[in-house]
Design a protein around this ligand. Structure first.
Ligand code: ASP
Length: 446
């Protein structure tokens, strides 16, 4: 009698179960509050596995961006098209960020969180302001003085700049570049394979990260600033599900529901790691293999967006500024809010998508409009969780712009976009069963 075939759960389902399980266990651990759990479980084994997983993702970012972008530039083959893709995505990224923060300020004005708040017993030590970068410095810093240092430090804009220059030079050399391009294409495939391998461990990694975070975050932290949290989460969800989806539909005509389904793994990774940068490999994978955007566009738009586009972070700046202006009873006026919008957009260009960077940006914004920086202490306690949610919104914005640009350039495969199963990481990781034998045989023949 034939064995009944058992339907295996998809990786996304497994990751989602891991996430929900992590939340539940984390909250239980938090309620138990034992030192043993804190030292050996959440702060021990879970922290170790979670960090290993995030490190594994980060390990992929720089080589993946390099190889896929080289392939992207040489794949486009025309420097003018490259300029157009760059220009379009830059304008769209700035536009979505500006809309995000304007929306956030509007919603926060209506809900008015922080009115009547009494600032007592809040530890404001350790909150220091950071100088806002000037527009000139932000742009000047895009050109690296030492590309090796840029790669070593993961300076994304500098890496993108250098790689594009290199790609253009490779193009200009024509035929002579063929072996190099073939090598990069091969390395790009290898890197994508490693992404699939790392993703296979995602259920464990996500479970550890989420359990640890929720075990460490007490619910009581939220009570005093509940109005802030509710306004912020509301604005984030509104931007994700309404604004971004309208932008997607209007600019590309693509189905938003399909988009939301296919971007889910990247959102979960962003939520678990609170880092757009660490999520680049997964976002890139979702945008190319699940949604059908050609690598020539995605390899540029996704890492570019992870660095310069932060819709969720901008929303946080907007809500936090209104919240603190209410707490301190300082009216910023229209001019003040316009400054906040301009500052948040500018700050998002110059800062990398790493955990907690939103708070650093907020110090710049507050300093610029004359609100007390110490106010940040109020929202510090809840920021980790807010960071996780806004990072998921950040990478969704990156993906929306990437597919819009790809569609506009005729570089989006609609058959892939509309295929629900396209690009799912299978249980077998797509390993060719004969691969090893073939390679070994080739080796022997030489
Ligand atoms: N963690 C966010 C990101 O990586 C940035 C932030 O808002 O702190 O996109």
């Amino acid at each position: 009698m034939a064995e009944p075939t058992r339907q295996k759960m998809s990786l996304t389902t497994q990751i989602m179960i891991a996430m929900v399980g992590g939340v539940i266990l984390g909250v239980i651990f938090n309620q138990i509050g034992s030192d043993f759990i804190a030292n050996y479980i959440t702060g021990g084994v879970l922290a170790m596995l979670g960090t290993m997983f995030v490190n594994a993702l980060k390990m992929l970012v720089v080589p993946l961006v390099f190889f896929s972008l080289i392939c992207g530039v040489t794949g486009i083959g025309d420097i003018r098209i490259l300029g157009r893709v760059g220009g379009k995505s830059f304008v769209l990224y700035l536009m979505t960020t500006a809309i995000a923060i304007a929306l956030a300020i509007l919603i926060a004005q209506i809900i008015a969180p922080g009115q009547g708040f009494v600032m007592e017993g809040v530890d404001t030590s350790g909150v220091t302001a950071k100088e806002a970068p000037t527009v000139w410095n932000v742009f000047a810093a895009i050109v690296p003085t030492n590309p090796v240092a840029a790669f070593a430090n993961g300076e994304m804009l500098q890496i993108i700049f250098y790689t594009i220059v290199l790609g253009v030079a490779v193009l200009m050399l024509g035929e002579a570049s063929a072996p190099f391009v073939a090598g990069c294409e091969y390395m790009n495939d290898v890197m994508m394979k490693i992404v699939a391998i790392v993703m296979a461990f995602a259920p464990i990694g996500v479970f550890c990260l989420i359990t640890k975070t929720f075990a460490e975050q007490g619910i009581d932290l939220f009570i005093p600033v509940l109005a802030y949290v509710v306004t912020l989460v509301g604005a984030l969800l509104l931007h994700l599900f309404i604004t971004l989806m309208i932008i997607l539909k209007v600019f590309s005509g693509l189905n938003p529901i399909t988009f939301l389904k296919k971007i889910r793994p990247a959102q979960i990774f962003a939520f678990s790691t609170a880092s757009s940068n660490a999520t680049i490999p997964v976002t890139l994978r979702c945008v190319t293999q699940r949604m059908g955007a050609n690598n020539s566009v995605a390899s540029f738009c996704v890492p570019f967006g992870a660095t310069i586009n932060m819709d969720g972070t901008a929303i946080m700046q907007g809500v936090a500024t209104v919240f603190l202006s209410n707490v301190y009873g300082i009216d910023l006026g229209v001019g003040g809010y316009l400054t906040v919008i301009a500052m948040a957009v500018l700050a998002s260009i110059g800062t990398a998508g790493v955990p907690g960077v939103g708070l650093v940006m907020l110090t710049m914004v507050l300093g610029q409009v004359g609100l007390p920086i110490e106010g940040i202490a109020l929202i510090l306690g809840v920021d980790r969780l807010m960071d996780m949610i806004r990072t998921a919104v950040n990478i969704s914005g990156d993906a929306v712009v990437s597919v819009i640009v790809a569609k506009g350039e005729g570089k989006l495969d609609m058959a892939v976009y509309n295929d629900p199963a396209a690009g799912e990481v299978g249980d077998d990781l797509g390993i060719d069963p004969n691969a090893e034998t073939q390679l070994a045989a080739q080796h022997c023949n030489h």
